[in-house]
Design a binder for this molecule. Structure first.
Ligand SMILES: Nc1ncnc2c1ncn2[C@@H]1O[C@H](COP(=O)(O)OP(=O)(O)OP(=O)(O)O)[C@@H](O)[C@H]1O
Ligand SMILES: [Mg+2]
Length: 271
């Protein structure tokens, strides 16, 4: 294990890290309703790597995901976020998405009246900077990916997330990720609420997308090592109380699951 005694604001480098990372977060502080939730998060995800982010309930994992995506509910009070070397800290969510930052939500929202297909058409057009993407083109592309991800094509005619089962919501997030061709994907508990087969399907789906986009950097927020068994993360981070208190290899995920977070809580010693 590494970094046990490191303060989170220290640079955390993974072995063989190239200079230009897909995502770099420097000493990020963020508050919501006047309460500081992120208290100095620093991490770097090189192109092509999968970084798992683990941590107890309420430690700030989803807050970090939201702050990365520029959700205005959260106020960044210090620190910087770089996407492929570009400082995106002050950009709005649309500009970030257009540059290739993708968030798979822990609780994807229903959008009544907007079909999966129409949503995808608009999102793809925004990402690729094309005004009028033809419905037919998008339909073909979406159908191709539903097949590759083992989904029923009829699914795309349904309203976004309306009546979707937990597993369908997660797969739909994956479909979006595949079609939006991001540079960095932050997946917030994409594995939660999935049965064993669905978990395997989602992990296979992520692997398929990675094979297509080898430069894609992934931050995978999870509570369980099960999905990590399929995806083999390059680095595992533990977030406690708004700070990364431990960074290590895949074994760290097993230690977390076996021992819980108490041992890590005692490491929150930095000012
Ligand atoms: N929009 C919000 N309004 C008020 N408080 C919030 C908001 N978002 C997050 N918080 C608070 O910030 C803290 C961290 O929440 P967050 O959702 O980031 O935790 P988490 O690590 O993702 O937990 P879990 O494992 O349960 O998903 C919690 O105390 C939560 O109540
Ligand atoms: Mg969460």
């Amino acid at each position: 294990m590494s970094g046990v005694n490191a303060c989170p604001s220290d640079t955390i480098a993974s072995p063989g890290m190239p200079l230009a990372a897909a995502l770099e977060i420097h000493d990020l502080h963020a508050s919501v309703e006047g309460r500081e939730i992120l208290r100095g998060v620093t991490l770097s995800v090189p192109n092509g790597e999968v970084h798992a982010l683990m941590g107890p309930n309420g430690s700030g994992k989803s807050t970090l995901a939201n702050v990365l995506l520029g959700n205005p509910v959260y106020e960044v009070t210090a620190g910087r976020i770089l996407l492929l070397g570009e400082d995106i800290t002050d950009l709005g969510p649309d500009a970030r998405a257009a540059r290739g930052l993708f968030l798979g939500f822990q609780h994807p929202e229903e959008i009544p009246g907007v079909s999966v297909l129409n949503f995808m058409r608009q999102a793809i057009a925004a990402r690729r900077g094309i005004e009028n993407y033809s419905v037919l083109e998008v339909r073909l592309e979406v159908l191709e990916w539903t097949k590759r991800l083992g989904m029923d094509g009829r699914f795309t005619e349904r309203y976004l997330n309306e009546g979707f089962s937990g597993g369908e919501r997660k797969r739909n997030e994956l479909l979006q990720m595949a079609l939006l061709q991001p540079e960095v994907a932050v997946l917030d508990e994409t594995d939660s609420g999935l049965d064993i087969d669905a978990l395997k399907a989602v992990a296979d789906g992520i692997a398929t997308i990675r094979a297509e986009r080898p430069q894609l950097g992934i931050v995978l927020i999870t509570h369980y090592h099960r999905i990590l068994d399929h995806l083999a993360p390059d680095v595992v981070h533990v977030l406690v109380d708004g700070r990364i208190v431990e960074t290590g290899g895949p074994d760290l995920a097993r230690i977390v699951e076996a021992e819980g977070f108490d041992t890590f809580r005692s490491k929150v010693t930095c000012p």
